[in-house]
Design a protein around this ligand. Structure first.
Ligand code: PGA
Length: 252
């Protein structure tokens, strides 16, 4: 059985005091509830990692980063390496978010290298893929996703791939208030799983968590995440408020 995973992608939001206060409030909520079989990952800006790792040590909340550089170390002013992230205690890193693809022109080879670097330093990549509105309207969604996965993941061995979390995030649903319908999400997740099965095998395809991202809110989390191949949510806007994120975690 795959675990249900809820990841809070804060993007470039929350000061350090705001982030700490979120964790404080969220931990209080967790104390009164049982989240059996559910994993909660909070993904703050880099500079919060160390402090939030310490603040969550005594809880089941895990911490991740939003990006890493593809090189080991060196003269890359302003960049953060996978080793640095791991040294804070963080265990996860988002790779290939559509905002990185769109605003920082990341894709293909660079993302493949980032995945390798994350794995090398013991981080679990949360690998994002997704199509734009135009691509969906042109019925290209499935091919776009397959091209991304083929170019960015298929260099991995089966054992490496097993360590990943995939997030399907249709670009037209991110931050727009528009969500994929449960059927659209299920169809794409099933197709991703099928594609992985064809390239690798059933074992890895069946155990790979595939999260949905794109305007997940307390009122749609349950129907989305109850789909057979949807194993949780990567939540942006609604994860900035501890009440909303907690409701999503409880519902999904
Ligand atoms: P959203 O963002 O929930 O605000 O749509 C999701 C994401 O970009 O990961």
């Amino acid at each position: 059985m795959r675990p249900t995973i809820h990841a809070a992608n804060w993007k470039m939001n929350m000061t350090l005091p705001e982030g700490s206060s979120f964790i404080h409030d969220f931990k209080e909520k967790l104390q009164n509830s049982s989240l059996e079989g559910k994993k909660v990952i909070v993904i703050p800006p880099f500079i919060h990692l160390d402090q939030l790792c310490k603040a969550t040590e005594d809880s089941s909340i895990e911490i991740g980063a939003q990006n890493c550089h593809q090189a080991n170390e060196g003269a890359y002013t302003g960049e953060i390496s996978a080793a640095m992230i791991r040294s804070t205690g963080a265990r996860y890193v988002i790779i290939g978010h559509s905002e990185r693809r769109q605003y920082f022109e990341e894709g293909g080879e660079v993302l493949a290298q980032k995945i390798d670097m994350a794995l090398h330093y013991g981080l679990t990549p949360i690998y994002c893929c997704g199509e734009s509105l135009k691509q969906r309207e042109n019925n290209e969604s499935e091919n776009v996703i397959k091209d991304q996965i083929k170019g960015e993941l298929f260099h991995l061995s089966k054992d490496e791939l097993k360590q990943l979390i995939i997030a399907y995030e249709p670009v037209w649903a991110i931050g727009t208030g528009e969500t994929a319908t449960p059927d659209q999400a299920q169809d794409m997740h099933a197709s991703i799983r099928q594609y992985i099965k064809k390239q690798y095998d059933e074992e890895v395809a069946e155990q790979l968590p595939i999260l949905y991202g794109g305007s997940v809110k307390p009122n749609n989390a349950e129907t989305l995440i109850s789909q057979q191949d949807v194993d949780g949510g990567l939540v942006g806007g609604a994860s900035l408020n501890p009440d909303n994120f907690y409701q999503i975690v409880e519902a999904g």
